[in-house]
Write a protein of this length. Structure first.
Length: 335
C-alpha cells in the first residue's frame, strides 16, 4: 500500500471544502433548523414571559449565545481578536439586538405566538427601505409595490390584536425596525469578523451590558430591570430559551455558509406556519380569520420581494464599449 503523502491530504481536504461550500440542500436543512428552533425558543419564552423580568430572559439568551459557540471556536482555532472599529460596531449592535429581543419577549405577554412572529416579518420590507434611504441601494417599483402590499398584510394581522390589547400589539413592528438596523450593521463587519466568533462575542458583550444595567437599576421598582435569581422551577425553561435561541442563530450562520441567500430567503417564511403549529400545540392559539388573511398576504409579498431581488441580481451587466471604438465626434457640440 502506497504511503499517504502530505500533498494528497491537502488536495483531498481542498476538494472536500469545495464540495461542502456548494451544498444548497445542506444549507436548506440548516435554514429549516432555524425556522424550527427560533419559534421553539419563542414558545419557551412565552411560557414564563409574564412572571419573569425581561432582563433575566435576556441574560439566559446571551449566556447561551456566549458559551455554546466556544467549543467550535476552540476546535477550529478561530480568533476572537478584533479591530477597534469592529468592537465599536459590536457594542452598538448588541444594544440594538437587546432592544429588539426585549420588545419581542414583551410582545409574547400580549399576543399569540404566530401573530407576533408574523408581524415581525415586516422586517424584510423595512430592511429594503432602509437600504434604499441610507445605503442608496436601488429599489424598483415592483419591490416597492410588494413592500406596500406586505405592510397592508401586517396591518391586517395587527388589527385584531390592537383592538384587544392596544399599543403592545405594535411591539413586533419595533422588533422589525431594530432587526433591520441590526442586519445593516452586521453587513458592515461581515467580511472582517468570523460569524461564529461574532455570536460568542456578542453574547459576552450582551452579558456585560445586562449586568451593568442590573446593577444600575437594582434599587428601582422597575420589574423588567431587576436582575434577580429566578426560581428553580424556571431554570429549565430559561435553559430552553437560551439553547434553542442560540441553536437557531448558529443554524442560520451555517445555512448561509452552505447555500446562497437567494436559495435561503424564501425558506425563512417556513417559520410562520411552524410558529402557528407550535402556538396551537403549546398554547391552543390560532390566528383569527383576519389575521390569517394578513399572514398570507405578508408571506406572498415577502416572497415577491425575494423574487424581484433575485431577478435584479441576475440582470446581465451592460456591455462595455469596444476597446477600438473611435472617439465621439465633438465638432457638432454646441451647434
Amino acid at each position: 500500500m502506497a504511503p499517504v503523502r502530505a500533498i494528497d491530504v491537502v488536495l483531498f481536504i481542498s476538494a472536500l471544502c469545495r464540495m461542502i461550500s456548494d451544498r444548497p440542500l445542506t444549507g436548506i436543512l440548516f435554514m429549516l433548523g432555524f425556522c424550527l428552533f427560533a419559534p421553539m425558543s419563542d414558545a419557551a419564552t412565552k411560557t414564563i414571559a409574564v412572571a419573569t423580568p425581561l432582563i433575566v430572559l435576556l441574560f439566559a439568551r446571551y449566556a447561551a449565545q456566549w458559551l455554546m459557540p466556544l467549543p467550535v471556536i476552540l476546535m477550529t482555532d478561530r480568533t476572537l481578536r478584533m479591530s477597534g472599529r469592529v468592537m465599536r460596531i459590536i457594542l452598538i449592535r448588541c444594544l440594538v439586538h437587546a432592544g429588539g429581543l426585549a420588545a419581542m419577549f414583551a410582545s409574547f405577554r400580549y399576543l399569540p405566538l404566530a401573530d407576533a412572529i408574523a408581524i415581525a416579518f415586516v422586517f424584510p420590507f423595512i430592511l429594503l427601505l432602509l437600504g434604499h434611504v441610507f445605503l442608496k441601494e436601488h429599489v424598483g417599483i415592483r419591490r416597492l409595490t410588494a413592500c406596500s402590499v406586505g405592510f397592508i398584510g401586517t396591518l391586517l394581522i395587527i388589527q385584531p390584536s390592537f383592538a384587544a390589547v392596544g399599543l403592545p400589539a405594535l411591539l413586533p413592528l419595533l422588533v422589525a425596525v431594530l432587526f433591520a438596523v441590526l442586519v445593516l450593521m452586521t453587513r458592515q463587519i461581515a467580511k472582517e469578523y468570523d460569524p461564529i466568533c461574532l455570536q460568542s462575542t456578542s453574547g459576552f458583550v450582551g452579558l456585560i451590558l445586562l449586568i451593568a444595567s442590573g446593577l444600575m437599576f437594582r434599587d428601582t421598582d422597575i420589574f423588567d430591570l431587576q436582575l434577580l435569581m429566578p426560581p428553580p422551577s424556571a431554570w429549565g425553561t430559561l435553559f430552553l430559551v437560551g439553547f434553542f435561541g442560540t441553536l437557531a442563530h448558529i443554524s442560520m450562520t451555517y445555512a448561509v455558509r452552505f447555500a446562497p441567500s437567494a436559495t435561503l430567503a424564501p425558506m425563512q417564511y417556513v417559520e410562520i406556519p411552524l410558529a402557528t403549529f407550535i402556538g396551537w400545540v403549546v398554547f391552543g392559539e390560532l390566528p383569527n380569520g383576519l389575521a390569517a388573511v394578513g399572514i398570507l398576504i405578508t408571506v406572498i409579498a415577502g416572497l415577491a420581494v425575494i423574487y424581484f431581488e433575485h431577478r435584479a441580481n441576475r440582470a446581465p451587466p451592460l456591455p462595455a464599449p469596444p476597446q477600438d471604438a473611435p472617439p465621439p465626434d465633438r465638432s457638432s457640440y454646441g451647434n
